[in-house]
Design a protein around this ligand. Structure first.
Ligand code: NDP
Length: 394
C-alpha cells in the first residue's frame, strides 16, 4: 500500500540507455506536478553519465553492471551521498531497494534477474526490456502476479495495445495488430540486403534507439520479439497476433474486436509518451512532446511484411506455435547472431539462418519453470548458435 503523503519512489534499470535517458527526461518534466524520489539508477559502461544522473536526481544508489568498474564509479560519486555498487550483486541490490515503480530498460537477457527480483518484491514494473517476457514467459508473468505489482508495457506497440484494450470486452477481442516501420531496408530487394553494413542497419528511419533494437528493427527480429512479448502480456493465441508494416510509425498498434471495430493508438514516434503513460497510469500527464498534425501527415500507408526478406516474422510465428522454450531459444540465438554481425563474422541475412537452425535443433526443450531453467536454456542456445556460426563458410 503506497503512503500518499510520501513521494513515489522510482528506480531506473538501464538509466544510461536510450529508454533510460528518456525516462529521466519524463521524470524531470513531471517533477513539481508529481513528487518523486529516485532510488536506484543502473548502467554498464557509461560511468560518467551514470554518475551525472545520480548527482542530478539525488539517487540513493548507482550501479554499474561491470564489476571491474566499481572503484571508478565510487570515485566519481565521492561526496555526493549516492552509494556505488557493481556487478550482478549490485543489480540485485538495486532491485531490493524499496522502489514503488521500476523502469526495466536494461538491454538483453541481462535484465531478467533484477527485473524478476523487483517484481517478486511487489514493485510496479514498467517493461521496456521485452527479453524478460520472451525468455521468462509465463514464469515472469506469474512472478509479477504473485508480487502484487502491475506490469505496464513501455514498448510503443504494447503500450498502444494496452491503451486500446478494453478488459471488460475480452470475450470479443479478435486480434491485435502490431505495426512495424519496416526499418531502413523496407524497400530493398533480398539481393541488396545481402551485403548491408552495420552502419546502414543501425540507421532507423523514424525512431532514435539503442544499437541492438535498431538492428533488430532492420531485420524485424525486434518485431519477432514483440510478437512473443504480446502473447504473454495480453494472454493471446498465436493466430491472434498480426504484424503490418506501417512506414510512418504513427499508428503504434491496433486492437480488433468481433464486431469489426479496430481501435488504434496514434502519436508522433517519441518513446516519452509511452514512458509517461507507464509512469502515471491510469492517469495521463501533460508532456512536452510534438503533437500530431494530421494535415501535414496527409497519408498513412500499410503493407504486408515480406517474409522472404524478413524471415524473423515467420520464425516468431513458429516459436509461438511450437511453444515450449522456443521464445527463449529464438532470443538467445538472435542475441548471439547479432553479436556476430556486429563483429562482422556473419552477414545481415545470416542472422535469421542461424536463429532458424538453433530453433530447429532445440524443439524438444520444455518451457522454463524456474529462473535457473531460463539461464540453462539460454546458455545452451547460445552455445548452439556459436557452433552454427563457427561452421558457416566465410
Ligand atoms: P540501450 O543500448 O540504449 O541501453 C541499454 C542499457 O542497458 C544501458 O543503460 C546500458 O548501460 C545497460 N546495459 C548494457 N549491457 C548491460 C549488462 N550486461 N548488464 C546490465 N546493464 C547493461 O538500449 P535501449 O534503451 O534502446 O533498449 C533497452 C531495452 O528497451 C531493450 O530491451 C529494448 O528492446 C527495449 N526498447 C527500447 C526502445 C527504444 O526506443 N530504445 C523501444 C522499446 C523497447 P551503458 O549504456 O552504461 O553501457
Amino acid at each position: 500500500m503506497i503512503d500518499q503523503d510520501r513521494p513515489r519512489r522510482l528506480s531506473v534499470f538501464g538509466s544510461t540507455g536510450s529508454i533510460g535517458v528518456s525516462t529521466l527526461d519524463v521524470i524531470e518534466q513531471l517533477d513539481g506536478r508529481e513528487r518523486f524520489e529516485v532510488m536506484a539508477l543502473t548502467g554498464n559502461g557509461n560511468l560518467e553519465l551514470l554518475a551525472e544522473q545520480a548527482r542530478r536526481f539525488g539517487a540513493k544508489l548507482a550501479v554499474t553492471a561491470d564489476e571491474s568498474q566499481y572503484m571508478a564509479l565510487k570515485d566519481l560519486l565521492a561526496g555526493t551521498g549516492t552509494d556505488a555498487a557493481a556487478g550482478v550483486s549490485g543489480l540485485m541490490e538495486a532491485a531490493d531497494l524499496e522502489a514503488d515503480w521500476v523502469m526495466a530498460a536494461i538491454v538483453g537477457t541481462a535484465g531478467l534477474s533484477p527485473t524478476l527480483r523487483a517484481a517478486a518484491r511487489g514493485a510496479d514494473i514498467a517493461l521496456a526490456n521485452k527479453e524478460c517476457l520472451v525468455t521468462g514467459g509465463a514464469l515472469f508473468v506469474d512472478a509479477v502476479r504473485r508480487g502484487g505489482g502491475r506490469l505496464i508495457p513501455v514498448d510503443s506497440e504494447h503500450s498502444a495495445i494496452f491503451q486500446c484494450l478494453d478488459n471488460d470486452q475480452r470475450h470479443a477481442l479478435e486480434r491485435v495488430v502490431l505495426t512495424a516501420s519496416g526499418g531502413p531496408f523496407r524497400t530493398y530487394t533480398r539481393a541488396q540486403m545481402e551485403n548491408v553494413t552495420l552502419q546502414t542497419a543501425r540507421t532507423h528511419p523514424n525512431w532514435s534507439m539503442g544499437l541492438k533494437i535498431s538492428v533488430g528493427s532492420a531485420s524485424m527480429f525486434n518485431k519477432a520479439l514483440e510478437m512473443i512479448e504480446a502473447k504473454y502480456l495480453f494472454d493471446l493465441e498465436a493466430d491472434q497476433i498480426e504484424v503490418i508494416v506501417h512506414p510512418q510509425s504513427i499508428v503504434h498498434s491496433m486492437v480488433g474486436y468481433a464486431d469489426g471495430s479496430v481501435i488504434a493508438q496514434l502519436g508522433v514516434p517519441d518513446m516519452r509518451t509511452a514512458i509517461g503513460y507507464a509512469l502515471t497510469y491510469p492517469k495521463r500527464c501533460a508532456l512536452n512532446v510534438e503533437r500530431l498534425d494530421f494535415a501535414k501527415l496527409a497519408r498513412l500507408d500499410f503493407e504486408t511484411p515480406d517474409e522472404s526478406r524478413f524471415p524473423a516474422i515467420r520464425l516468431a510465428r513458429t516459436a509461438l506455435q511450437r511453444g515450449g522454450a522456443q521464445g527463449a531459444i529464438l532470443n538467445a540465438a538472435e542475441e548471439t547472431a547479432f553479436g556476430a554481425f556486429v563483429e562482422e563474422r556473419i552477414r545481415f541475412l545470416d542472422m535469421a539462418e542461424v536463429v532458424e537452425a538453433v530453433m530447429d535443433a532445440m524443439t524438444e526443450i520444455a518451457a522454463p519453470t524456474t529462473i535457473d531453467d531460463v539461464f540453462a536454456i539460454d546458455r545452451e542456445a547460445r552455445l548452439k548458435a556459436a557452433d552454427v556460426i563457427a561452421q558457416r563458410k566465410p
